[in-house]
Design a binder for this molecule. Structure first.
Ligand code: ATR
Length: 274
């Protein structure tokens, strides 16, 4: 049998760090196989999926702008993909094309590693209401965080998420943020604020309990303005790179048959590239 081939497909795709992660694991575990970048424009995504079904690959990752199209095109979806409404991981099981979403797993696994007990709080504040927020809300619901307060510039998008996820999720405008912090044990930034030298989200960190954990899913730079300010106040912080590394674990295991580990060497390798 030919060596297993996997892919990451997006448009554009040049900046994806996934090949570095998976090729590091293939080498570290001494496994045969490859993982490559494939640039696929939206209009040819269907053709690409047909090639996958025909056996060109064992599976792969899909990223922007294909996550919702992949959701529609697969035969079966895992529970996380159903809840989040997007697919980031594909694999063939016989003739069946499966779509999963590993972002919520990646977030929770990284938080478990960096801030044990992170979900044992009365309330969490999620900044942002895009695709990334959906994965974070699912992770928080899986870990039974009782109140999840979604704050967004466009409050209607936050309301859409509150309606979709129900079960303790509420929607808020940016002007309400500071009033939501007093009993919040967890803050997650899922917006692009703070990315690549831009200012971070505005919130009064002094209102948070001293035990609060602040996490950012932005990882360029690793120390975002939000994380820097939180650190200065002695709050626990978790950067976004670990989520990227952990979300890659389930896909690798499906395609190549071994469960890889996220260790400091991998973190340092990717951190040097951001
Ligand atoms: P993703 O899939 O990465 O979550 P997205 O769907 O584009 O990306 O969502 C980006 C999030 O960042 C949104 O919550 C967006 O707020 P809006 O829904 O109001 O657009 C938020 N965001 C981006 N730029 C922002 C800014 N300058 N101020 C406040 N929020 C911003």
């Amino acid at each position: 049998m030919a060596d297993p081939k996997a892919f990451v497909c997006g448009f554009p795709i040049a900046h994806s760090r996934s090949p570095m992660i998976h090729n590091h694991w293939l080498k570290a575990l001494g496994l045969p196989g490859s993982y490559e970048r494939v640039e696929v424009a939206p209009e040819t995504f269907g053709t690409f999926i047909a090639q996958l079904r025909a056996g060109a690959f064992v599976g792969g990752n899909v990223t922007i702008p294909h996550k919702e199209a992949a959701f529609q095109l697969v035969d079966r979806r895992d529970e996380a993909a159903e809840a989040i409404g997007a697919v980031n991981t594909l694999w063939m099981d016989g003739e069946t094309l499966w779509g999963g979403n590993t972002d919520a797993y990646g977030y929770a696994a990284n938080m478990d590693a960096q801030a044990p007990g992170w979900y044992e709080c009365e309330a969490a504040v999620v900044l942002g209401a895009g695709g990334a927020a959906r994965a974070i809300i699912h992770a928080l619901q899986t870990r039974k965080v009782p109140a999840i307060r979604v704050v967004n510039r466009t409050v209607a998008r936050a309301q859409t998420l509150a309606d979709h996820f129900g079960n303790g999720v509420s929607a808020h405008g940016e002007d309400e943020t500071d009033g939501l912090l007093e009993d919040a044990g967890l803050v997650v930034n899922t917006t692009s604020l703070g990315m690549k030298g831009t200012p971070g989200p505005v919130l009064d960190l002094d209102r948070l309990p001293k035990t609060a954990v602040i996490s950012d899913i932005v990882y360029v730079p690793l120390q975002t303005p939000l994380l820097r300010e939180a650190k200065q106040r002695g709050l626990r912080t978790v950067d976004g790179l670990g989520m990227l590394l952990h979300q890659a674990v389930p896909g690798f295991e499906r395609w190549f048959g071994n469960r890889p580990t996220v260790d400091q060497a991998l973190y340092d390798l990717i951190a040097a590239d951001v």
